[in-house]
Write a protein that binds this ligand. Sequence first.
Ligand code: FES
Ligand SMILES: [Fe+2]
Length: 384
Amino acid sequence: MDVATERRLGEQIAGLLAANTTMMADSEYRQPVSHYIDAEHLRRERGLLFRRQPLIVAASAELARPGDFRTVDIDGVSALIVRQADGALAAFHNVCRHRGCRVVDEEAGHKATFTCKFHSWVYGSDGSLRHIPQQEAFTGIDRASRALVPLPVAERHGLVWLGPIDGGAIDIEAFLGPMNAVLAEMKIAEGGVFRFEKYPEQLNWKLVVDTFLELYHVPHLHNKTVGRFIEGRGGIYDQLGRHGRFVAPRKSYDAVRHLPIEQRQLGDHIVGIHRVFPNAIVVWQRDHVEFWTAVPDGADPNRCIVRTWLISPEREVRPADREKWEKNWQILRGTVQVEDFPMARTIQQGFHSGAQDHVVFGRNEPGLHDFHASLAKAMGGGAG
Ligand code: FES
Ligand SMILES: [Fe+2]
């Protein structure tokens, strides 16, 4: 981070810790329960967010060589993303141009061509239709117009964005705005994927993002895990266009906050939690990066698909470092999957009880205010 930002954050965090408080919004925020359980609300989110915005779907390191591919399901759309011979990425609807069968079933791999399992039409890695068995039966069609249907894909800062699924290519630099420089600093492009995991959760997709956007719960829910290392106060939330950066102090900052600002080495004493609109969290952890996405699982507002990546700083993890990264992975799972998500499932259940029509985000939870205001804005409504 630039010197001025580091200085500002260092002073702001020190001031908040000295006052035993945290950054406050002007007032509380009332968030409608219906936004988490209403099927019609989810239908609008799917149309306006998941079909009309670019979404982080992979790390560049997962598609390193020409012919490396990944498939990803977003909102019922199966996409095939392939590294091209010239080093660029291309993405296609994973839908055969003969009778519509899904062409590639594997989640990831390396192939020169893709053969549909139904009647073995063959597509090149550029999506072109290369071979039709019994081709005399198809003399009346134009092969060139039967390539796999392209989807917009973009790659920046070591991350891969798919979409908008409905709509043309998008300028990711412009989309990210002030988040560009922040993501660039994390050097994700130089790293490797130590672990990737995808799993269904019985949660509205927004509860996954909510989990990361306040420190208020850390000394309570996580008192035996990350609460031992991270402060429950002193967090600074900066809105960055439609995205946001939440800087959380580690407990170690307390010992250095009295030093002159240039001696504090702020980066050693913070966790950077970055919300990338609409559905991703990129966590900067001093020596590595973790990122998370949540997408709706079909039309049910109570279900989502969570994807998690742990990015090591080197492309290939040295055998001597494996234990360290494995331990980081276990901390990540132990905190989020063992503590946050089971608690959040009870929220999802309680939303259906009829007990209340809204929940309240305190003045001490400004990251939640900004996340939900950014969604309301994109969906054409006002903030609550
Ligand atoms: S549906 Fe793919 S080859 Fe027939
Ligand atoms: Fe948590």
